[in-house]
Design a binder for this molecule. Structure first.
Ligand code: FES
Length: 188
């Protein structure tokens, strides 16, 4: 004789709808909270690392401020030497003037807005590709918008007789600084 199963033993217990939805909603809220917290942590870490960068000098990335550039007799009169342009941002020029011969180190930074001019051997001038400023072989500006001559760096003879260029000190013609004994190596 078959017996009808009693409701208490055969039916699967049903959770109320609200109770079933609860874990999903909790998970959703939790994941948003975690995402927000992760984003905040990542932002703070990035900010901290960015700040940390300024606490340490960038010395290893920069070329040295001083370098030796051979002996004066390795330079020809009235020639612009471009050998140090790429690495140090310097042209070395040996120039014959009415007062004698001088060797000086010119900055390759245009005094208009900081572009790098090119030395044009055929035209015997430095020409800036950005807005057309022109500079004579001694660095004096003569055309275009550049408001002043190129700057010169300190240049002296080292103990071993080599030319030593020191970029930590600059000389500006418009301030009368090109007459400084260390603005050029001079020979009579
Ligand atoms: Fe050289 Fe403007 S930056 S002319």
């Amino acid at each position: 004789m078959s017996q009808a199963a009693s409701p208490s033993t055969s039916a699967t217990p049903q959770k109320p709808a609200a109770a079933a939805a609860q874990p999903t909603r909790r998970w959703f809220i939790l994941s948003w909270f975690q995402a927000a917290w992760l984003a905040f942590t990542a932002t703070m870490t990035a900010w901290f690392l960015w700040t940390l960068r300024f606490l340490f000098p960038n010395a290893s990335m920069e070329p040295p401020m001083t370098f030796k550039a051979g002996y004066p007799d390795q330079y020809e009169d009235d020639k612009v030497v471009e050998r140090y342009k790429e690495e140090y941002g310097v042209w070395i020029v040996r120039l014959r003037t009415p007062k004698g011969v001088e060797i000086f180190a010119l900055s390759t930074v245009c005094t208009h807005l900081g572009c790098t001019p090119n030395w044009l051997e055929n035209e015997q001038k430095f020409k800036c590709p950005c807005h057309g400023s022109g500079f004579m072989k001694d660095g004096t500006n003569f055309e275009g918008p550049a408001p002043r001559p190129l700057e010169r760096y300190r240049i002296v003879l080292a103990d071993d007789g080599q030319i030593l260029v020191d970029k930590s000190r600059k000389f500006q013609k418009e301030l009368g600084q090109w007459d400084d004994p260390e603005a050029a190596i001079r020979f009579s």
